[in-house]
Write a protein that binds this ligand. Structure first.
Ligand code: 4NP
Length: 154
């Protein structure tokens, strides 16, 4: 399985999701390919935000080697599952994908916890350090839920 996480900048939320999901899937013995991308290109080539790196490290997850990249239409073909952090980015993924758009592959990450409620992972970019911890826990719960479902279907 190849799994992609998408947010706006690919420096705060989706790098956390990539790191958390990679760590949890490896612990579960799954050899899956995990990546993340942003719908915007503001930070391409940059490392994850200092506070995302610091927060992840405090829970034993190292995201320091990640580099920001922008989501592209070919990602829709390549990945099996694409999890978006919010509804704006879900709509951007749809727009950028053009005729490659596949609704069956694409979901809001928080649908794993709150099905059908269209909930978004809040953007910690404008806030302080505690916001990064809140987002970390929310993403971790959703990733846990996704992997629980995978295990129950094995
Ligand atoms: P992210 O947060 O989408 O979680 O990576 C943001 C990062 C950067 C910006 C906005 C959101 N920005 O406007 O540069």
């Amino acid at each position: 399985m190849k799994v992609l996480f998408v947010c706006l900048g690919n420096i705060c939320r989706s790098p956390l999701a990539e790191g958390i999901f990679r760590t949890l899937s490896e612990k579960a013995g799954l050899n899956w390919e995990i990546d993340s991308a942003g719908t915007a290109g503001y930070h391409v080539g940059e490392s994850p935000h200092r506070l995302s790196q610091k927060t992840a490290k405090s829970y034993g997850v190292d995201i320091s080697a990640q580099k920001c990249r922008q989501f592209m239409a070919t990602d829709m073909d390549y990945f099996d599952k694409i999890y978006c952090m919010d509804t704006d980015n879900y709509n951007e993924v749809k727009r950028i994908s053009g005729n490659k758009w596949n609704a069956a592959k694409t979901a809001l990450l928080l649908d794993a916890l709150y099905p059908g409620q269209n909930k978004s992972v809040p953007d910690p970019w404008y806030g302080e350090e505690p916001g990064y911890h809140e987002v970390y826990h929310l993403i971790e719960q959703a990733c846990d839920k996704i992997l629980e479902k995978v295990k129950s279907e094995e």
